[in-house]
Design a protein. Structure first.
Lengths: 122, 111
């Protein structure tokens, strides 16, 4: 009985930590990191430096996202329409049909962090 | 029309029907992409054969391989479009779609 009483407050504290409000930037970055690891890591790599396992096949190499100079709106255009939509690599696929608007927004939030931190979260 | 003309027409017609009935050349195989999956899990082919991928979905697909036997990226393409690859090296080629990571199939290439 004593154990249960002591354990109850701990459980509540853990729940508060795990539940992140959906509309926060942190939540968007976490969701974006999941989308990145699912769809982007193949070419852009876990480091975000354009050194994914498929990168060696492409000329030009996939973009180094840790030093990307482009604004969010331009990144959205590339993600939605693919490289050819903005006159860049034909090997960057169009993700507009596959990803939801929220996923694209989350990815851009995550890429903003990648640019700030210099490398994606693991 | 002379009997000789009839024979010529009949022969031409028979040749046409035989051509239609022939299976596709062994070297040419088509793999569909539908409902976010390749229509077959694996195929067998030979060096020199051509494999064509046809997008039967409403959205874009891609085809690429990073296999040691042969690596390629056929790019992204919309519904109804096709992309082909000529097989150059024996071995197993694992084919994937960059847009849909769950899509995978294999080509076993013999000499």
């Amino acid at each position: 009985m004593l154990v249960l009483v002591l354990a109850a407050p701990l459980a509540s504290a853990e729940e508060e930590i795990l539940i992140l409000p959906r509309d926060t930037t942190d939540a968007a970055v976490i969701r974006g990191s999941i989308a990145y690891r699912t769809y982007c890591v193949l070419c852009h790599g876990t480091s975000g430096k354009g050194d994914g396992r498929a990168a060696k096949m492409y000329t030009p190499r996939p973009a180094n996202l840790t030093v990307s100079p482009f604004p969010d709106k331009y990144k959205e255009l590339i993600i939605r329409g693919g490289g050819p939509a903005v006159g860049r690599s034909p090997f960057m696929p169009p993700w507009g049909d596959e990803l939801t608007d929220e996923q694209i927004s989350d990815l851009i939030s995550f890429l903003r962090e990648v640019r700030k931190m210099g490398t994606p979260a693991s | 029309m002379t009997p000789r003309s009839y024979s010529a027409i009949r022969l031409s017609l028979m040749a046409f029907i035989v051509t239609l009935a022939m299976p596709a050349l062994a070297g040419d195989q088509t793999v569909g992409q539908a409902k976010k999956a390749f229509t077959v899990g694996a195929i067998k082919a030979k060096v020199g054969d051509t494999v064509t991928f046809r997008n039967d979905d409403e959205f874009a697909h891609n085809v690429f391989s990073l296999s040691d036997a042969q690596s390629f990226d056929l790019g992204s393409y919309k519904k109804g479009e096709v992309r082909s690859v000529k097989l150059t090296t024996p071995g197993v080629i694992e084919v994937e779609c960059a847009i849909h990571p769950e899509m995978k199939m294999k080509i076993e290439v013999a000499k």
